[in-house]
Design a protein around this ligand. Structure first.
Ligand SMILES: [Zn+2]
Length: 302
């Protein structure tokens, strides 16, 4: 049934996606995720209000398009998505949309050697690229350049905005890296439900382990639970972390198994992984999300 709905969605989208030359000159940007939306809004500033398909707290791996997404995408003159299969079943749609609209993929701007390969045999790449700020800025710089080429009237503004945002991000990264070092190396272990933090691990120098694979659609097996519980108990890990856009069920199962083995581990807090939080939350922007995650981890592990 879901497959039929998805095919109907594509047909509706492509029936109405022709944009005349005059409309193409207007700037209407739609991004796939809330994280990309926030960063692109920083780049374009007051040139337009950037919209998103997946709002705060929405898991992109399992996202099913809504009927309202058709009009959002039809009205867009630029569509920006993450890529590397983060957007699950939407990936093919973005690819096809690129034949009819201006579509940018953030991952395309990141050098291949910066990407983390999760399975060398299949060539699968970890899509959670925003968690290494250096790689992410590389992708955003390419998006800025692509936007400037498509809308040269905004070049000065976009380049200045990107420069400011890039400097702010680099400064925050240095500060958060320093703060993370306050957690003793042996204790610096981040356990989450899905494996979204390998780029975060590289950026902020913390060991990571997770129950599920790089997608929330991969169900953990019994052996995965046993292996993770053994790891937590042997390393005397103090806290596990739940994710804002993922059910806490799997992490609670691991926690209970650890407790049955006599190791009292607790939930150290909630992290933002694949989506921002709402406007009132501490994860309401990309930079606030990074700040919140690092501070929650430090507090939970100390
Ligand atoms: Zn994810």
């Amino acid at each position: 049934m879901k497959q039929v709905v998805f095919v109907c969605f594509i047909l509706m989208l492509f029936a109405g996606c022709k944009i005349d030359a005059k409309k193409q000159q207007e700037l209407h940007i739609v991004c796939s995720t809330s994280i990309i939306r926030d960063c692109v809004q920083e780049i374009v500033g007051d040139a337009c209000e950037v919209k998103t398909l997946m709002g705060p707290g929405i898991d992109p791996h399992s996202y099913n398009p809504r009927p309202s997404d058709v009009s959002l995408l039809n009205d867009a003159t630029v569509v920006i998505y993450n890529g590397l299969h983060l957007e699950g079943k939407m990936a093919q749609l973005f690819h096809q949309l690129g034949e009819r609209k201006t579509v940018f993929c953030v991952a395309d701007g990141i050098s291949k050697r910066s990407l983390i390969y999760t399975d060398p045999s299949s060539g699968a790449i970890d899509p959670h690229i925003w968690f290494d700020t250096e790689s992410w800025l590389q992708g955003l710089e390419q998006v800025t350049e692509d936007l400037c080429k498509a809308y040269p009237q905004y070049r000065t503004k976009f380049e200045a905005n990107f420069k400011r945002f890039s400097e702010e991000t680099k400064q925050l990264t240095v500060q958060l890296k320093t703060e993370m070092q306050a957690v003793p190396r042996q204790q610096r272990v981040l356990i989450t439900s899905h494996d979204a933090f390998h780029y975060f691990s590289r950026c902020f120098d913390i060991e990571v382990s997770a129950l599920q694979g790089i997608s929330t659609t991969q169900e953990p097996g019994v052996q995965d639970v046993v292996n993770l519980v053994n790891f937590i108990v042997s390393r005397r890990v103090k806290a596990l972390f739940v994710e804002h856009s993922v059910s806490p069920k799997a992490i609670n199962t691991v926690m209970e198994s650890c407790q049955r083995k006599g190791h009292n581990v607790r939930v150290g807090g909630t992290l933002y992984s694949d989506a921002l939080g709402d406007q009132q939350s501490k994860g309401n922007t990309y930079l606030n999300m990074l700040r919140h995650n690092v501070h929650t981890i430090i507090k939970g592990l100390n």
